[in-house]
Every structure is written in structure tokens, then in C-alpha cells.
Design a binder for this molecule. Structure first.
Ligand code: NAD
Ligand code: TYD
Length: 377
């Protein structure tokens, strides 16, 4: 079959990557989508069960640090675009094991950049290297309005009821990088390498920095799926510090739509912030999660508030993230499609309806899926 384009999406078996792979495989039957994933603890092919047999989809189990393997794959498949999501992504793990984060996030990104440079060899026409990064590279913002004020932006992601900003400053694309955790330091370093390959060799790159994502298929070590699972099983909810830290939340499919738009229409060499202007204190989100989960389980709404358990704060815990995504909204016309309450309701419902997926992940059984699926092939 002749394809119009052949793309590698790295980290496609992870949380955000699986949504991006699904979107591209469904929306672009004329593109060949190659999902390159090492299948670490965070990679789960069950996330892609619905599209795994499509003719325009191929899965390759490979470490992005395997430069020779990546180069060979790119040459054999005549790859003309890379959407790079593979990374170690959990801050708490980075505090315990920073080396793995530097290896995958920095050296893995460098390996992909170098392979793309060699493979495309100056023929940049129609080529694109798209690096997915995080708002955490900007560091932490001050909380000048702890009670919250009307924010200067309006958007669909925040509802009328909760539409607050906890400070005057926002992360803008021109802000200096000030990462605090080993995770964000490694992501920051990878962003610098991507820009260096654009500025030095002319590689057609684009970088985006997105706020916290939530939605189906997120590994239940992150706040939202972990807490939904714990509420269901009536296990304690470990709130770091006082629960006052602020995060800016975006529904994962809205991130995937932004990635599609920017991959096709973003300007080479540019950086775009992605976020829904949707700031929440952790403790407020946790209360929404408890109320929603209780209601959907037929329990009395709020009866599980006693599960909230304040624990020692995360080391170097960033106080506030808040993304200014007006450049993306103005230049490319993107906006989030879901209000937060709708997104949370959909998300809680998904985890409750997909308890088998959660049980599989929490028991570790999902890691046998690849071996079973590929046995004898
Ligand atoms: P995730 O941890 O759910 O998935 C990461 C995927 O990468 C997994 O499938 C894993 O197997 C794969 N992987 C890890 N190391 C690899 C390696 N060496 N070679 C090949 N594959 C490897 O992560 P996520 O939450 O989906 O995040 C995806 C990307 O988006 C990351 O680059 C992250 O920094 C960025 N991001 C995440 C968020 C968020 O809220 N989750 C927000 C902004 C940006
Ligand atoms: P997390 O989902 O790990 O994302 P990130 O650290 O990348 O923002 O955490 C979101 C927020 O929730 C963060 O402020 C840390 C806090 N948190 C808890 O309070 N308890 C937990 O068990 C977890 C995992 C996170």
C-alpha cells in the first residue's frame, strides 16, 4: 500500500501517546503510523487494542536511545515526520532515579534528532520533527492570590463556577527555563537540544509545552487516576503537603487535537504553549473527584471525604503552574473543547467502567500483553 506520509510517533503506548496514535490512525488512513515504544512500566499496548489491526498502523518495540535501530527504521520506512512523546514522565520517580530520566529524556531525544538529521540529510522539504514537552520546564509561579481571582483569559476549559487564577503571572513561551525536578530538568535539556538542531543544522522542528493532562489510559501513579482508584477501593488519598499546590488541567483529547493541528500547521522553529486556562488547587480537585466518584458509584456524595490523608510534601514541590496558551489560540485557532466538569465526569466514568484495565495495570499483568500478542509472530 502506498502512503502519502510515514510518521513515527514515539511513546505511543503511553497515556498521551496512545490518544495521539489513535487520532492519527483514524483521521489519516493515508498516513502510515509507526508507534515506537520501549514498553517500560508506563507503556501498555492494551491502550491501543481498538486500532492495533489497522493497515496503516505498525508497532515497533524499540528504545529511542538505540540510535542505530532508529536510523535503520527511519531509512527503511522512509519516515518523513516524527512526533516525539516517549519519556520518563513521573516527577516522584525522577526524584528517586534521575539517571533513567536523563538517559531517556535527554539521550533518547538526541538519538532521534541525530537520526532525523542523517536520514533527511538537508532535504527538509515536507519533513517535521515535533517534540512534545511540558510546562514544568518553566519552573513554578508565585501564588499572589491564594483565594483566587477572575483570570484575564476566558476559555471553555474552565467552567463558570470555577474560573479562577491564583496569581498574576502565567507561563508564556518567552519565559526563561527554571526547572526544579530531575524530570523537568531532563525535559528542559531535551527542549534545548531540539532548538539547537533547528538553529545549527536547520532541522524543521517544533516544540510544544503543555500543562497537566487528564483522561482515560493514564497510569494510576498520577493524581487523578490514582485517586479515582483509591476512592473506589476506599483506600487513603495521600495529599502532598497542604494540598494547596495549583495545576492547570487539560483533557488529553484536547491535547491530542492540538498536536494534530500544530504538526500540520505550526511554524517551523516555533514553540507553542498548550493549556486550557484551568487552574485548580489539588485539594479542590480531590473534593470534586470524591463527590463525582461517590455519586457514580451510588454512594452518598462526599461520604468518602474521610479518605483524605495529608502526607509529607514532595521534595521541591512546584507551587503553581498556569499556562498562557493565547499564542496557539490566536495563531492557529485552537481551543479546548471540554469544560473541566464535563471532562472530569467523563474521566471518572471511564475509570469506573474500565476497572479491568485498572486492575490489569495495578497488578502488572498488562506487561504480559506484548509477549502474548506477539508470541509466534
Ligand atoms: P507516559 O509515562 O504515560 O508514557 C510514556 C511512554 O514512553 C510509555 O509508553 C513508555 O513505554 C515510553 N517510553 C519510555 N521510555 C522509553 C524509551 N527509552 N524508548 C521508547 N519508549 C519509551 O507519559 P505521558 O504522560 O503520556 O507523557 C507523554 C509525553 O508528554 C512526555 O514527553 C511528557 O513529558 C509530555 N507531557 C506530559 C504531560 C502529562 O500531564 N502527562 C503534560 C505535558 C507534557
Ligand atoms: P502528578 O499527577 O504527579 O503530576 P505533576 O507532578 O506532573 O504535576 O501530581 C499532580 C499534583 O498532585 C502535584 O501537585 C502533586 C500532587 N499529588 C498528591 O498530592 N498526591 C499524590 O499521590 C500524587 C501522585 C500527586
Amino acid at each position: 500500500m502506498n502512503f502519502e506520509r510515514t510518521l513515527i510517533i514515539t511513546g505511543g503506548a503511553g497515556f498521551i501517546g496512545s490518544h495521539v496514535v489513535r487520532l492519527f490512525v483514524n483521521k489519516y488512513p493515508n498516513y502510515k503510523i509507526i508507534n515506537v515504544d520501549k514498553l517500560t512500566y508506563a507503556g501498555n499496548l492494551a491502550n491501543l487494542k481498538d486500532i492495533e489491526d489497522r493497515p496503516n498502523y505498525r508497532f515497533v518495540r524499540m528504545d529511542i536511545c538505540d540510535f542505530d535501530g532508529i536510523l535503520k527504521l527511519m531509512q527503511e520506512e522512509k519516515v518523513d515526520g516524527i512526533i516525539h512523546l516517549a519519556a520518563e514522565s513521573h516527577v516522584d520517580r525522577s526524584i528517586k532515579d534521575p539517571f533513567t530520566f536523563a538517559q531517556t529524556n535527554v539521550m533518547g531525544t538526541l538519538s532521534l534528532l541525530q537520526a532525523a538529521k542523517i536520514c533527511w540529510d538537508g532535504n527538509w522539504e515536507g519533513k517535521r520533527f515535533y517534540h512534545i514537552s511540558t510546562d514544568e520546564v518553566y519552573g513554578a509561579l508565585e501564588m499572589t492570590h491564594p483565594e483566587g481571582v477572575e483570570p484575564p483569559f476566558t476559555t471553555k476549559a474552565s467552567s463558570g463556577e470555577h474560573h479562577l487564577a491564583y496569581g498574576e503571572k502565567f507561563f508564556t513561551e518567552d519565559l526563561k527555563y527554571q526547572p526544579h525536578s530531575p524530570y523537568s530538568a531532563a525535559k528542559a535539556s531535551s527542549d534545548h537540544f531540539v532548538r539547537a538542531f533547528h538553529d545549527t543544522y536547520g532541522l524543521p522542528t517544533v516544540v510544544t509545552n503543555c500543562s497537566n493532562n487528564y483522561g482515560p489510559y493514564q497510569f494510576p501513579e498520577k493524581l487523578i487516576p490514582l485517586f479515582i482508584n483509591n476512592i473506589r477501593h476506599r483506600k487513603p488519598l495521600p495529599v502532598y503537603g497542604k494540598g494547596e499546590n495549583v495545576r492547570d488541567w487539560l483533557y488529553v483529547e484536547d491535547h491530542a487535537r492540538a498536536i494534530d493541528l500544530i504538526f500540520h500547521e505550526g511554524k517551523v522553529g516555533e514553540t507553542y504553549n498548550i493549556g486550557g486556562f484551568n487552574e485548580w488547587k489539588n485539594i479542590d480537585i480531590i473534593k470534586v473527584l470524591i463527590r463525582t466518584t461517590d455519586r457514580l458509584l451510588g454512594r452518598e456524595e462526599g461520604e468518602d471525604m474521610n479518605l483524605i490523608t495529608y502526607v509529607t510534601d514532595r521534595a521541591g514541590h512546584d507551587l503553581r503552574y498556569a499556562i498562557d496558551s493565547s499564542k496557539l489560540q490566536k495563531e492557529l485557532g485552537w481551543e479546548p473543547s471540554l469544560q473541566f466538569e464535563e471532562g472530569i465526569e467523563k474521566t471518572v466514568r471511564w475509570y469506573l467502567d474500565n476497572q479491568a484495565w485498572l486492575d490489569n495495570v495495578t497488578s502488572g499483568d498488562y506487561q504480559k500483553y506484548y509477549e502474548q500478542m506477539y508470541a509466534g509472530r
